[in-house]
Design a protein around this ligand. Structure first.
Ligand SMILES: [Zn+2]
Length: 448
């Protein structure tokens, strides 16, 4: 399916309260966005779908939720302090700054080719922790959620008695001071990640890497991002991150181009090895730097051989905002209806839809209709515990258009038959077909 126009998606997101530019009334902050009343629902629904597939629908994965502010030693030994950089160039003409690999020897701002040599720019947000603002009291906003899973490895092992293979999942905020944030919510400075670190016996890592590639493709398909829309890129060896033995990038055709939706990396024993003390006792295979700061051995003892093993790690790592952009892009349709009319419809999977059902009384001033509609809404709210709303505008057509645009799968109309025969009409968002059902059976007929 061809990508939709980014402008159309941005406009819908603002108009209907999904996503706003952050600090907009003060001119906005680049690379930061706020999620509105419908955006927060969509985002939570996507995250819940991920959490459920990882933590609730399996027995071999536990979840954690770690602190965002991070000890500087964590990011020293992870390699982020020395290598988490992008190449930065300055335009000597207009003084603007750009990412060297995003421009072609020419300033995109003024066109000058009088640029400085690229130099590494660290993407982490450094901040002081505690009341003394000096060089010894600094930390970082975490640049990824993954490190906190590694540094909690022993805690999780000791408290859950897991054995290999097993995984630890985490969702939450991460921060990167992007030189040039762009493409709406695709490349931003504050974002959310959904990361799994799946620990396996060394030697079984290739098999598990392929397994997680399949699992993740299936998951995206369940969120409405079809397999045909994703290209699998086996990242060439010379482009791999320093910790990786192999990475599959799931490349998706976003409105602005083909870009990474999720990376599935084989991080080997690099991370647990790097954060371990007494590394020479552990036969670590990755190239790690000596660690005199850690007080833990991040390894697991094989029950039979009694040998200590540093597990390999397979990491499926997805960005929530990118995921939302892909989901919105797949769901967005501009359809021509009879009589040259048009409708915009978000064909979201029902479990992702921000509003599950809109209850619409036929007339807004008829108290009998409105009362019954209100009661149906309240009952539904109580059973579903999801967002159900009363749409009392008195204009059925307009209500349908609005709920098509925000992806509400069910519009339920309350009319005079409802008062006489206890029936309501459900209108399906995608087919626009209507069916009449008894009020007491309403639940069974909704797409949720
Ligand atoms: Zn310039």
């Amino acid at each position: 399916m061809p990508a939709k126009s980014m402008d159309e998606l941005v406009s819908l997101c603002k108009r209907r309260g999904f996503i706003f530019q952050s600090s907009e009334i003060y001119g906005g902050l680049q690379g930061l966005y706020d999620f509105g009343p419908l955006g927060v629902e969509l985002k939570n629904n996507l995250k819940n779908a991920w959490w459920s597939s990882m933590v609730y629908e399996r027995d071999d994965i536990e979840g954690i939720d770690a602190a965002i502010l991070t000890h500087s030693k964590v990011l020293k030994h992870s390699g982020h302090e020395s290598t988490f950089t992008d190449p930065l160039v300055d335009c000597k003409e207009c003084k603007s700054r750009h990412r060297a690999d995003h421009i072609k020897d020419k300033c995109p701002n003024c066109g000058s080719n009088d640029l400085t040599e690229p130099r590494p720019f660290n993407l982490m947000f450094k901040t002081s922790i505690g009341p003394v603002d000096d060089d010894s009291n600094y930390g970082y906003l975490r640049p990824e959620t993954a490190q906190h899973i590694f540094i909690n490895f022993k805690n999780i092992l000791d408290s859950t008695s897991k054995s290999l293979p097993f995984g630890v999942a985490q969702m939450g905020k991460a921060f990167r001071n992007e030189i040039t944030p762009r493409n709406f919510i695709f490349r931003v400075r504050e974002f959310e990640q959904m990361e799994l670190e799946f620990f396996v016996e060394p030697g079984s890592d290739l098999e598990w890497h392929k397994y997680w590639l399949e699992e993740r493709l299936n998951w995206w398909e369940n969120q409405g991002v079809k397999k045909e829309s994703i290209q699998i890129l086996d990242v060439p060896k010379d482009e791999l991150a320093h910790y990786s033995k192999g990475t599959y990038d799931l490349m998706y055709q976003f409105p602005h181009g083909l870009e990474e939706l999720e990376g599935i990396a084989n991080r080997t024993d690099f991370d647990l090895g790097s954060h371990s003390k007494n590394q020479d006792e552990l036969s670590i295979q990755a190239k790690t730097s000596k660690n005199n700061d850690s007080n833990a051995k991040l390894a697991i003892q094989n029950i039979e051989s009694k040998k200590w093993v540093v597990p390999y790690v397979i990491e499926p790592s997805a960005g929530v905002e990118r995921g939302l952009l892909a989901v919105l892009n797949e769901a967005y349709e501009r359809e021509t209806l009879e009589g040259d009319k048009e409708r915009i419809v978000l064909k979201l999977k029902p479990h992702l839809a921000p509003i599950k059902a809109a209850i619409i009384p036929l007339k807004k001033n008829d108290s009998e209709l409105v009362n019954l509609a209100t009661k149906i809404k309240q009952d539904l709210q109580k059973t579903l515990k999801k967002k159900v709303i009363l749409e009392n505008t008195g204009n059925i057509g307009k209500s349908y258009r609005k709920h098509d645009e925000v992806g509400t799968p069910n519009c339920v109309t309350v009319d005079y038959d409802s008062l006489e025969k206890n029936t309501v009409t459900i209108r399906d968002r995608d087919t626009m077909e209507q069916k009449t059902v008894n009020i007491k059976d309403l639940n069974k007929h909704l797409s949720i």
